[in-house]
Structures are given as structure tokens and as C-alpha cells.
Design a protein around this ligand. Structure first.
Ligand code: SF4
Length: 202
């Protein structure tokens, strides 16, 4: 069986709702049609930007994203509002073929909101995030996603120079501070996993 298909089955076995799409346009259109007249929080995510979701959803929802804070709010206030929204949208840093979902955060806003708070969570996952098992997913988070995110955010960390691997730093700007692994679907919220058959984000 194709790995993508197997991941879909494993996620359903863990209690997630799963939708699959061939590309970002089809996924973005579907998500836009699902969400109207709600408050929506978004976590830091290159994938969400690549889908243009902030612009699309802002047309008919109140959207809080610290990367595009409202004029009257700081980025931190926007993170806090996002965590209290009806719906939370983010990507993931890595996922195992068995369906274990791995994320690394700096402030912890994204991993906390994904785990508890908003009653509906959408996790958007491109094909490049898939790893054969949990150790490989953790390795991806440390040696692929985190260095590239440190580079994107212009952090003063050794990994941000080339974005090539983790140097196990003790930098004051170290972004690797809060590691989350969803072993199963957390109780208490509805989870929609959006699998997109192309590379997205880091
Ligand atoms: S621990 Fe430091 S060097 Fe390693 S990925 Fe995180 S920020 Fe980069």
C-alpha cells in the first residue's frame, strides 16, 4: 500500500477525521468552504501562508494570526486571542507513518492550542512532513524543520546560518523549547487532518 494511503488509515484508526487533496488549491478551497462566521486562530506556519488561508478566511471570519497581527494588538496578544478562538489551524513539523504528530515550539502557543483550547483543530500536512517512524519524525523536527524555521526567523542560532542541521545550541534565541507528540487524537476537540500530496512548508 502507498505510504500516504497507509498514513490516512492509521490516522483514522487514531480517531482523526482525515481529508486528502492532490494540491494546495483544492485543500484551501475546501477549508474556506468549511469555516464561516467563526473566530479562527492560526499558529506559526509556512504551510498556512502557502495556502493563502489568512487572506481567504479573513473574508468571512475573525482571524487571529501573530504573523499578521491586527493594528491594535501586539503579536503576543494575538497569540493569546488565537488560543481562545473557536477553531485553530496549524501545520506540523513531522508525522510518523503510524500517525504520531510531532511539533516544536518557541513560545508554546501552537502546541498548547493544538492540545487544548479551541474546540476544532485543523492540521494541514504536506507530503514532505512524513517520516517512516517516530524516531525519524523527531529527527526531522530537530534537523530539518527547526533549523529552517530558525533561518526563516533570523534567529541568532548556529543552525540558522545554513539551516542544515541542529547544533544542540544553548543560544538565548534557541527556538527548540517545547516539544509535543500527539500519540493519539486528544480528547475534547474535533480534529481534521488535511493531507496534501505535495511538499509544503518545512
Ligand atoms: S537546538 Fe539550537 S541549533 Fe538546534 S535546531 Fe534548535 S535552535 Fe537550532
Amino acid at each position: 500500500m502507498d505510504d500516504w494511503k497507509l498514513l490516512e488509515e492509521n490516522l483514522r484508526g487514531k480517531g482523526y477525521t482525515v481529508e486528502t487533496f492532490p494540491d494546495r488549491c483544492a485543500a484551501a478551497e475546501w477549508i474556506e468552504n468549511q469555516i464561516g462566521g467563526r473566530t479562527v486562530g492560526i499558529g506559526g506556519s509556512v504551510t498556512v501562508r502557502e495556502l493563502g488561508l489568512f487572506e481567504k478566511l479573513s473574508k468571512h471570519n475573525t482571524v487571529y494570526w501573530h504573523e499578521e497581527p491586527p493594528e491594535n494588538m501586539t503579536a503576543m496578544e494575538t497569540r493569546q486571542a488565537a488560543s481562545r478562538a473557536d477553531i485553530y489551524i496549524a501545520s506540523v513539523n513531522g508525522i510518523s507513518l503510524q500517525g504520531e504528530i510531532v511539533n516544536m515550539d518557541y513560545t508554546g502557543n501552537r502546541v498548547s492550542a493544538i492540545s487544548f483550547g479551541p474546540r476544532e483543530v485543523y492540521l494541514i500536512i504536506g507530503r514532505n512532513k512524513l517520516a517512516p517512524d517516530l524516531p525519524a519524525a523527531l529527527d526531522r523536527v530537530k534537523n530539518v524543520a527547526s533549523p529552517l524555521n530558525a533561518k526563516r526567523l533570523n534567529r541568532k542560532t548556529p543552525c540558522a546560518v545554513r539551516g542544515d542541521r541542529c547544533y544542540h545550541c544553548k543560544s538565548p534565541e534557541k527556538i527548540c523549547r517545547n516539544l509535543s507528540i500527539l500519540l493519539e487524537r486528544p480528547a475534547g476537540a474535533e480534529y481534521h487532518i488535511i493531507l496534501i500530496d505535495e511538499d509544503l512548508g518545512y
